[in-house]
Design a protein around this ligand. Sequence first.
Ligand code: IMP
Ligand code: ZN
Length: 315
Amino acid sequence: MDFVALPKIELHAHLTGSISRRVLHEIWHRKKEIGETLLDDPLTVMPQDKYDFSVESFFPLFSSYIYNLLTDECSIRYATASVLEHFLADGVVYLELRTTPRATAHLSAEAYVRLLLDTIAAFEVGHAESMHTRLVLSIDRRQTLESAEATLELATRLRIEGHGVVGLDLCGDPSARPGGEVALFTPVFEKASSEGLGVTVHFAEAKASSSREELKTLLGWNPGRLGHVIWEDDESKMEIAQRGLCLELCLSCNVQAGMTDDVGVFGSPLSEEYRLVARYFNVNRTQLCNLARQGIDAIFGGEEEKQRLRDIMWS
Ligand code: IMP
Ligand code: ZN
């Protein structure tokens, strides 16, 4: 079976974590030449064949390295367009890209998000038939309530303006705010739901974020989907199954790092994940197509988009 040609839905892609090392290197090289960076070459920090990042080495990659490279319009636009190209070339027909709004030395958090939306719109002019992309704004569990509220306000405004922001995500280092402390964000996510934004949350991607208290809090936010869900206990498993929630699984990274996703860091494109499913779970062609189609009802992109996907995805 041709796993690249199989029309696929990608619902769990962190923008910054999806940028390839080659593209990060190109951005670094341009900055280095004009004396705009003192950072080490991305190919030294993340060598081409290194994929064994752990929970300790993974999150600092962003905060102390990649974010310092992606500060200006040109780099962010180039990196985002490359990510879209990559998903398109891998046979993705619907993409929900998520990102944490962040201010840089050159851009406000809102300008950063608008830049992404602009890049997506420009990309879609040439590829409207093949891949549609929507944006989910992420709240990092390390953030303050004020900063989460600012992200909600921005997401709500951009959704109403019709720019393709469709949801809110809870992500970030799972060891932060353990034992249900994420309840701090309850008012934000409850409001998001009532404002018509889709809610997706990372749950139990590590032991630290797998408590019953945390699940209770997260389910109270009325999430449409849960990310990872690999360290939960049997009782939690039952509860999630009963609700029929869509799970955003990241097979090879779960095996390799015991957590986390991100094609840029772990190097396994979606087509490869499907290949692994077919091989290790002994799934035939029909079952695999049905699996790919299961995502349709869980997208945040609306009914019209769901119908488009029903029409184009193999059965
Ligand atoms: P960004 O939001 O586009 O900047 O993507 C990178 C960010 O996504 C990281 O700083 C993390 O907060 C978050 N992230 C990426 N992968 C994971 C994951 O597997 N679990 C939780 N957070 C993640
Ligand atoms: Zn994730």
